[in-house]
Write a protein that binds this ligand. Structure first.
Ligand code: MUC
Ligand code: MG
Length: 373
């Protein structure tokens, strides 16, 4: 029997509107743009992947149009003819010939894993040792840009049993206004409901010290990436000083970052994302570093659609130290989906499909509808 080979790769840019404007310190999102990747193999199996970022080019150095161009121009020739069964060999080949471009690499690895799961008739989680849970806790981000609207949104979602933890995006206004916004929401939802804040690197260390003290006093449960991503030592000082745990997001992009942060115990929690790390295998390695260092884990999102969300979910389901749950709510922020059966969100959690691979099928009519023309 001839060895299996990758015969074709297709990429398509999808634009899906958000259900409301999503206000982050670096951008206001009114739509989400994702690169959907389809890898076709000679055994008739197709793998699906997704590469997505936030706010065009404002959040990271990769951006949707560039990701598509990079895959079509540089990844595709390196992938055609390769045996898709040997995923590590393929990712190693990409690493040797393509610098950076981790978001694109993550989408490719996802598609290879989806194909391999379908080939072996097992879910992607089984390729990482197997799931220890079939559902994951999911928080919701309040980011309408208006405090009262955020409170109304939170109370509605609590009453529907859809979420019981909320993340607030701050750092875009002056720290006093941010602290007042956070304290008002925490007071409105009550002590049973957890509130986390994501500063997205907006503060200097001295501003952070003042603002975190006030948020700790207001009962905030977790502070995400208060300082510039390169300031590992500043994060270590905040971690040593405050009781409220500090979490790294942008700072913990690669396996090397995870090791360097762990070495000085710069943070108490890592937000792991397949896009930052360049795929699921690298994220699993970061999780191992965290486990060895006694650092808790949180399943992060690049606000991916269903494909990228489920890729992360399959890996998160295998992690024993996912103490802070996940923020895998991306598909809920979008007005529509491009898969036939959307993810089920129930009881403050996401349910992981049991089918082979990622457990989803593309809806080609929807792809046609939302494809960038
Ligand atoms: C981030 O930096 O964590 C995740 C959820 C959300 O609303 O924004 C992101 C990005
Ligand atoms: Mg973050």
């Amino acid at each position: 029997m001839a060895p299996i080979a990758i015969t074709n790769i297709e990429t398509v840019l999808i634009d899906l509107p958000t259900i409301r404007p999503h206000h982050l310190s670096m951008a206001v999102m009114r739509k989400q743009s994702m690169v959907v990747i389809r890898i076709f193999c000679s055994d008739g199996i197709e793998g699906i992947g997704e590469s997505t970022t936030i706010g065009g080019i404002s959040y990271a150095s990769e951006f949707p149009e560039g990701i598509k161009l990079a895959i079509d121009t540089y990844f595709k020739p390196l992938l055609l003819g390769q045996n898709p069964v040997y995923i590590q060999a393929i990712m190693n080949r990409l690493e040797q010939h393509i610098s950076g471009n981790n978001f694109a690499k993550s989408g490719i690895e996802t598609a290879l894993l989806d194909a391999q799961g379908k080939r072996l008739n097992v879910p992607v989680s089984a390729l990482f040792g197997g799931a220890i849970t079939s559902s994951l806790p999911v928080l919701w981000t309040l980011a309408s840009g208006d405090t009262q609207r955020d409170i109304d949104e939170a109370l509605q979602l609590i009453s529907e049993n859809r979420h019981q933890t909320f993340k607030l995006k701050i750092g875009g206004r002056n720290p006093e206004a941010d602290v007042a916004h956070v304290a008002a929401i925490k007071a409105a939802v009550g002590s049973e409901v957890k509130i986390t804040v994501d500063v997205n690197q907006s503060w200097s260390e001295s501003v952070a010290k003042r603002a975190i003290q006030k948020m700790q006093d207001a009962g905030v449960d977790l502070i995400e990436q208060p300082l510039a991503k390169s300031n590992f030592e500043g994060m270590a000082r905040l971690t040593a000083y405050f009781e409220v745990p500090i979490m790294a997001d942008e700072a913990v992009a690669t396996v090397q970052d995870a090791f360097q942060l762990a070495k000085i115990h710069a943070v108490s929690v890592f937000a792991l994302k397949i896009a930052k790390s360049g795929g699921l295998t690298n994220m699993q390695k970061q999780a191992a570093v965290a486990q060895g260092a006694g650092i808790a884990l949180y399943g992060g999102t690049m606000l991916e659609g269903t494909i990228g969300t489920l890729a992360t979910a399959h890996l998160c389901a295998t992690l024993p130290n996912l103490e802070w749950g996940t923020e895998l709510f991306g598909p809920l922020l979008l007005t529509d989906d491009i898969v036939k059966k959307p993810i089920v969100y129930r009881n403050n959690s996401l349910e992981i499909p049991e089918g082979p691979g990622l457990g989803i099928e593309l809806d080609m009519d929807k792809i046609e509808k939302y494809k960038r023309k």
